[in-house]
Write a protein that binds this ligand. Structure first.
Ligand code: NDP
Length: 685
């Protein structure tokens, strides 16, 4: 289907494996700059209950059959395929009012999030279908009853209800962790810009990369879909607080304890430091950041700076600088290359923002911009949803209400003065919980006081100064590896945050039992579980032959004083506890000279290594190394090395093997405990 023709199209939903149009002609969606119809949207007649069942029965099992690494590879392939088609998305994106720079955040930022999850998933998750959470909890003295927390994918569908401002990123930033977790999704974009999401989903479906049922799309109202959500489903919402609250208290969501994540209004603050006077680099950076946040995407960003908190003495200079900078922002049709800021998403949206500016005016005066008379360099000033940036100033922010309460979702910010760091924090917290705040300072003491004051009320706090200016990702950019979401007014939700975001779609379960049975469930050997010693050295076995629990009990080696002296002189580590008997005895932990911890580790390797070339390719580190009992000259070491976890790498000839390494002395006491990490070939040569 040619979705790029200039004729307005009827958008379709992709449900139960088919593209379906709504039963009615639909509501027209208008180009934000010209007012010309781009598409019609309607979902009447879509069988939402069947879509949920289809996701649960078809998409879920197909995704759960794949390991984390296989799902990560799928996300990578998808990201690459979409990146190849990006120009098509850019072209359509101008209708939403987005400039090329705005669209970059939405389109390439979204695809980049897929790719980032793909690579993080492969690096940070095991190649399994279940995740372990935390360490083994020992529940009995004799070690026969223990527990391990695990995370397994929910068996329902994630319903993602998205906002109009990021039709691509909004979908992909939620989809990436959902699919990596092994959970299918139904995406419902906001109607206003759904044509861009629909185009991207068409391209996704055409690639055939995702298993059938993993991704469905609803263009238009979700009808009775939420009536049918169940306890294994999850619903995420980005949009207005009013809608969010309505959905959060939806009967089926409440009755079935459906996981509900909400990202709503946020009156994000930026604080200029008391040290950042006009003329400092931090002052200039602050001006640039505030102006950028007001104008990027026409200020229609959930993370945009709404409240500008500045030292009273610098406020006048700040307003002057902002006024000059904002005045140079060319407003117009984003198809025009000279344009720096496009229109708002719709005329309705502009009316909404104008009304909110009127609310803000109860507390604050407009010091830059005229909300009612747009001045445009291109585009239709009557039919297009244009609005120049509007800066307000509130002289008494401590007693004002509207400026801490009202979100004008457009190019609108309010400057508010403060006198002390404590007051700056107090003003920021009046936003009642936000997605992000930023602090521009070069003073460590100010940074500490303000950032720690802001942290409990924010999902992210960015510190800006001269050192990070070039590399900083900025106040307004949510990043795949960092938490996105905020408490209180911001909705109380949390998204992204690297692998934290994946776990939102998984159930944490404490599994209790005997170690052998726990190991069978988790796929990871643990102390006390059955092991197989004797037979071939486990380093001779390929990944295909090696089994969890394969064990080597080594020969013994006695540590002599000569060994300790030799090691000390050879390495240069002549710390007194190894060299001076008297001084060592005076130390509360030792009873005379002791062997170096690294000597123990080296001797242990000497005991367990099988030297000939074979399937073990490399030792790439140790984890959790602890020295538990001092080793004195004359003590005899022995190692128990057990295959703990096997992770075959997808698309590679090798995998990672984690070995439990327990070094004991002649009494059986553990002197050192750690995990040895090796790369092992999948097959023998
Ligand atoms: P809405 O809350 O109206 O819509 C958000 C999403 O919810 C859309 O996909 C919308 O679909 C959907 N929706 C609306 N009603 C229902 C319902 N009863 N059942 C299921 N889904 C529903 O917000 P808007 O996008 O219209 O924006 C309005 C305001 O929200 C903005 O002016 C701004 O203040 C705020 N906003 C905040 C954002 C943030 O991240 N902080 C992001 C975007 C907006 P449909 O479009 O089809 O109605």
């Amino acid at each position: 289907m040619n979705v790029m023709s200039n004729r307005p199209r009827r958008l379709e939903s992709y449900v139960s494996g088919q593209w379906v149009a709504g039963a009615k002609d639909g509501v027209p969606l208008l180009d934000a700059s010209t007012g010309a119809p781009v598409a019609f949207i309607d979902s009447t007649g879509v069988n939402f209950k069947a879509a949920l069942v289809y996701g649960r029965e078809k998409g879920g099992p197909a995704l759960r059959r794949l390991s984390f690494h296989e799902r990560a590879a799928m996300l990578k392939a998808l990201g690459q395929a979409l990146m190849e088609r990006k120009e098509e998305f850019y072209t359509l994106s101008t209708a939403t009012g987005a400039t090329r720079a705005d669209s970059w955040v939405d389109i390439e930022g979204g695809i980049g999030t897929l790719l980032s999850y793909a690579s993080k998933g492969r690096r940070e998750l095991p190649n399994t279908r279940v995740l372990l959470d935390g360490d083994v909890e020992l529940l009995s003295k004799d070690g026969t009853f223990s527990a391990q927390h695990i995370l397994s994918p929910l068996q329902g569908v994630a319903v993602h209800i998205n906002a109009f401002n990021f039709p691509c990123w909004g979908m992909l930033e939620k989809l990436a962790p959902t699919l990596l977790a092994g959970v299918p999704a139904i995406v419902k974009p906001a109607s206003q810009t759904a044509y861009l999401t629909e185009l991207m989903v068409r391209r996704v479906v055409e690639t055939g990369i995702l298993p059938e049922g993993a991704l469905q799309l609803v263009c238009g109202s979700v009808g009775d879909l939420l009536d049918h959500v169940e306890g294994q489903d999850a619903v995420t919402f980005t949009g207005s607080a009013t809608t969010g609250r309505r959905l959060k208290t939806h009967k089926a969501i409440v009755e079935n304890s459906v996981r509900f994540t909400m990202e709503a209004d946020s009156l994000n603050a930026a604080v200029l430091g008391l040290d950042a006077a006009p003329g400092t680099e931090e002052f200039d950076l602050f001006v640039k950041e505030v102006a950028r946040e007001m104008t990027a995407k026409g200020g229609q960003k959930c993370t945009a700076i709404r409240r500008v908190i500045a030292p009273r003495a610098f406020s006048e200079a700040l307003i002057e600088n902002l006024r000059a900078r904002l005045g140079k922002t060319a407003l117009g049709n984003p198809t025009d290359e000279a344009v720096r800021m496009g229109p708002l998403a719709s005329l309705d949206q502009r009316e909404e923002v104008r009304a909110r500016i009127r609310d803000l005016s109860a507390d604050a005066e407009i010091v830059a911009g005229d909300p009612d008379n747009p001045s445009v360099t291109s585009g239709d000033a009557v039919a297009g949803a244009f609005l120049n940036p509007v800066l307000l100033y509130c002289d008494k922010p401590g007693s004002a209400r509207a400026i801490h309460d009202v979100e004008a979702f457009g190019p609108v910010s309010t400057v508010m003065p403060y006198d002390t760091a404590e007051e700056a924090v107090d003003l920021a917290l009046r936003g009642k919980g936000s997605l992000v705040a930023s602090v521009f300072t070069n003073d460590p003491a100010f940074a500490e006081e303000v950032v720690l004051g802001l942290a409990p009320f924010h999902g992210r706090v960015m510190i800006g100064n001269r050192v990070s200016a070039k590399s900083s990702t900025g106040h307004g950019s949510p990043l795949p590896g960092l938490v996105h979401g905020g408490p209180g007014r911001a909705g109380g939700g949390e998204e992204l945050g690297g692998m934290r975001g994946v776990k939102h779609y998984m159930q944490r379960t404490a599994i209790q039992g005997a170690p052998t049975l726990l190991s069978a469930v988790t796929g990871r050997w643990m102390p006390g579980a059955e092991a197989r010693a004797g037979g071939e050295h486990p380093f001779r076995k390929s990944l295909a032959e090696l089994k969890i629990g394969d064990q080597l009990i080594t020969a013994t080696r006695t540590v002599t004083l000569d060994d300790i002296e030799h090691f000390a002189n050879f390495t240069g580590d002549t710390f007194y506890a190894h060299m001076d008997d008297e001084a060592a005895k005076a130390n509360p932990f030792f009873d005379g000279r002791v062997a170096h911890g690294y000597l123990i580790v080296s001797f242990a390797a000497g005991l367990f290594v099988d030297p000939a070339p074979g399937p073990v390719l490399a030792n790439y580190g140790v984890d959790n190394l602890r020295f538990l009992t001092p080793v004195n000259p004359g003590d005899t070491l022995q190692v128990q090395l057990t295959c703990k976890e096997i992770n075959p790498r997808a698309n590679a000839e090798h995998g990672e093997v984690r070995w439990d390494c327990n070094v004991t002395n002649q009494t059986g006491a553990t002197v050192a405990q750690y995990d040895v990490l090796t790369m092992v070939a999948k097959t023998r040569e």
